[in-house]
Write a protein that binds this ligand. Structure first.
Ligand SMILES: [Zn+2]
Length: 301
């Protein structure tokens, strides 16, 4: 596999994008973290609180994911770090609000040293009871550590989106030109060799044929709005062995092409559609799969 033919994020992370992203993340941390802390204090059901921790992490990271796209950040590491930082900020605000509520709103807990002092105090006497047990000390710290882990894990992971190619020349994200077009199966190695050497005809001929097997390929094309840079991605879908849905695997990660391939593809896809109505494909793939697989996986396999 000639890696130079495939999209690789440049790793660029504009400082303005990082700052504005973190400002949004801090605002969300203040509101949602604060809300979570207050609910934690007044709500005695620990299960609901753990569900809240999961949501707090997922939303904190999700907001970062949106801001990473807006801020044109092409570094996966920076996106994840921002997600993690958003998770830490949310949990910090949650603790501040929890302790403030615990002291019946007479003091507002902001200072970190004061916060750790108060947390340790709560750990000595316990925070809640479940089935007659009142965890204190290390037992309670362990539960808090799990709660923090849940928030951080979901924030870290939610911060990263499925990869969309970026046009470095025009300084813009590419946009979707063809989404989830179903075509018959082709042998992966030959397909990639053909595509890398721009021998497109076997692939195009295949795309003009109707899909008859449940295991087949799904074609996606993204293109730059300002230049001829296009990227083609091909995934393979097949029904899961337990019959529950389909599994998707990247066959061709974002391969750099041009606008002509998109035009040629559209012609052949129209031929295939004329040969078999789209409803035939819907029967093959009951839940038409979004190809939500990290393209990097294709390099690793
Ligand atoms: Zn461009």
């Amino acid at each position: 596999m000639d890696k130079s033919r495939y999209y690789q994020p440049s790793g660029t992370a504009p400082v303005g994008g990082i700052i504005s992203g973190m400002v949004t993340a801090l605002a969300v941390a203040f509101v949602l973290g604060g809300l979570y802390g207050i609910i934690d204090h007044y709500n005695p059901f620990i299960y609901i609180n753990f569900l809240g921790a999961l949501m707090l992490g997922a939303v904190s990271g999700g907001v970062v994911r949106w801001r990473v796209s807006q801020g044109k950040i092409r570094s996966r590491a920076i996106a994840r770090l921002m997600g993690l930082a958003a998770g830490v900020a949310s949990l910090y605000c949650a603790w501040g609000a929890y302790l403030t509520a615990l002291f019946e709103w007479e003091i507002i807990v902001v200072d970190p040293i004061e916060m750790f002092h108060f947390i340790d105090g709560v750990a000595q006497v316990g925070a809640w009871e479940m089935k007659g047990a009142r965890p204190t000390g290390m037992a309670l710290y362990s539960i808090w550590a799990i709660e923090a882990g849940v928030v951080f894990f979901f924030a870290y992971n939610a911060a990263l989106d499925n990869e969309i190619p970026y046009c470095e020349e025009c300084n813009e994200w590419t946009t979707s030109k063809l989404t989830n077009v179903h075509v018959p199966l082709m042998e992966a190695t030959t397909l990639n060799e053909d595509l890398e050497t721009e021998n497109y005809e076997p692939f195009l001929a295949n795309c003009s044929q109707p899909v008859v097997d449940a295991e087949h390929l799904v074609v996606t094309v993204n293109g730059c709005e300002n230049c001829d840079t296009h990227y083609l991605k091909v995934d393979r879908v097949k029904p899961k062995s337990d019959g529950d849905g389909v599994e998707t695997k990247v066959v061709t990660p974002w391969l750099k092409t041009d606008g002509q391939l998109l035009v040629d593809l559209q012609v052949r896809i129209a031929q295939a559609a004329a040969a078999a109505p789209p409803s035939a494909i819907e029967k093959l793939v009951p839940d038409a799969p979004p190809a939500e697989v990290d393209p990097k996986d294709a390099f690793e396999s």
